[in-house]
Design a protein around this ligand. Structure first.
Ligand code: PA5
Length: 420
């Protein structure tokens, strides 16, 4: 991955000084070597990868993959499938509790060839439980006995303590593991993402190779060139200038769902009330999803001329594996302008236009380039952005791996159910 960081602000030199970057590399190593956070070591976890490969063999005939989960238990696989799916397996993501949507989704599922994959780290999330009840009732209405529907189920959960684990044992349902030290939003490289990826024909070994490559350069001892440390310093520097919104904008439709994965990772990890000493700081970097060129006709006006509080992360795919010529027999000026060009050239010209305009408007941005939208690049992006999130937690002096703020709403929701 190539990275160019452009900032119109005078940077705080200390944040980029060799000694400071070295201290942040030490801090990053402490984070990833802490037994409570395991995401960085997943590319080396052959055994975990193999568990998905083995179980996939048993269900290889499946053509309908129904994934049930919410938040980190769904966003990773969703973005992998939309970016990289290579075969005709039909994927359905039941990732919300909207009855109309679920009804539409189930209507399209061909039960005979279907596998239902229930993913929940904790195992007891209300949305997951509701989805499972609905699916079991629906299958029973269609005439399937418990013995029949349970053969179409696979679970994925914490291997030590989880209701889903217990239920899997009771019903003899194959259960894949999400290691206890991996939180939902950092779990895409576990069976949460790898098992569905296999049904989509994604080369998960290549994905892990890309991830390993990112692991190497995130630990580059040559700190002046280390992209992880410099990007974190850059974003932290901008935060001191009140640039506290992060727009993630790939120039690719296939990477659009990657934005939503990033949004959860960034928001849930960095938005915190308390710092590590327990002081109230109400911090965070607000993520905004976008995608080019479409958002040039939507949000870009705000990004260019609105409040000076955003940094754009632009992601360019250098090589698309297909293209269209834009030559046309229609003799109108708008068509003539495109003659002798291709669709990829138009996409690149639009990205170039955005970059030039951002520079002229004094708006900070980072320009990331991946060679192509493939499994290796995806693995690289995943580890890079997970690492960046974890390290930003250190810069902001907060815990990026918890989410105490989401608990309060859950308490009230259950109270409401009890009252009714
Ligand atoms: O990142 C997280 O930890 C959360 O977004 C969870 O993934 C989400 O709340 C779902 O939890 P669970 O996987 O336990 O059902």
């Amino acid at each position: 991955m190539k990275i160019e960081r452009v900032s119109p602000f005078e940077k705080e030199e200390n944040l980029f000084a060799t000694d400071f970057l070295k201290s942040k590399l030490v801090a990053f190593k402490e984070i990833i070597n802490d037994p409570s956070s395991g995401f960085f070591h997943l590319p080396k976890n052959e055994e975990l990868l193999q568990s998905s490969i083995e179980l996939h063999k048993k269900f290889a005939h499946i053509t309908e993959f129904v994934h049930v989960g919410i938040g980190g238990s769904s966003l990773g696989p969703e973005m992998l499938i939309s970016a990289l799916s290579k075969n005709k397996t039909n994927f359905t993501f039941i990732n919300n509790i909207d009855p109309e949507r679920i009804s539409d989704q189930l209507e399209k599922v061909n039960i005979e060839n279907a596998l239902f994959y229930f993913v929940s780290k904790s195992g007891g999330t209300a949305e997951l439980t509701a989805g499972m009840s609905i699916i079991i009732n629906w299958l029973e209405e269609k005439g399937l006995s418990q013995d029949q529907w349970s053969k179409k189920f696979v679970f994925c959960t914490d291997p030590e303590k989880s209701i889903l684990l217990d239920l899997g044992k009771q019903l003899d349902i194959p259960t894949l593991s999400i290691p206890s030290n991996i939180g939902g939003r950092f779990s895409v490289l576990t069976p949460v993402g790898m098992f569905p990826a296999l049904f989509a024909g994604i080369d998960i070994k290549q994905l892990m190779q890309g991830a390993s490559k990112a692991c190497q350069y995130c630990l580059d001892e040559n700190v002046e060139n280390n992209p992880l440390l410099n990007t974190a310093s850059y974003l932290y520097d901008l935060k001191n200038f009140e640039i506290n919104q992060t727009v993630f904008m790939p120039y690719s439709s296939k990477l659009r769902d990657f934005c939503f994965w990033f949004v959860q990772l960034w928001a849930e990890s960095l938005g915190k009330k308390n710092d590590l000493q327990g002081e109230e700081i109400f911090t965070g970097l607000t993520p905004i999803p976008g995608y080019g060129a479409t958002d040039q006709h939507s949000q870009m006006q705000l990004f260019m001329e609105g409040p000076l509080d955003k940094c754009l992360l632009l992601l360019e795919v250098e090589n698309f594996n297909t293209d269209y010529k834009l030559n046309s027999s229609i003799d109108f000026p708008s068509f003539k302008k495109l003659n002798n060009h291709s669709l990829v050239e138009l996409m690149k010209a639009e990205l170039y236009g955005t970059i030039m305009a951002l520079k002229e408007m004094g708006r900070p941005f980072i320009h990331f380039k991946i060679d192509q939208n493939d499994a290796a690049s995806m693995g690289e992006l995943i580890i890079f952005f997970e690492s960046l999130t974890a390290l930003m937690g250190n810069y902001l002096n907060i815990n990026p791996f918890d989410q105490p703020g989401v608990e309060l709403g859950k308490v009230y929701a259950y109270q409401k159910l009890e009252k009714n």
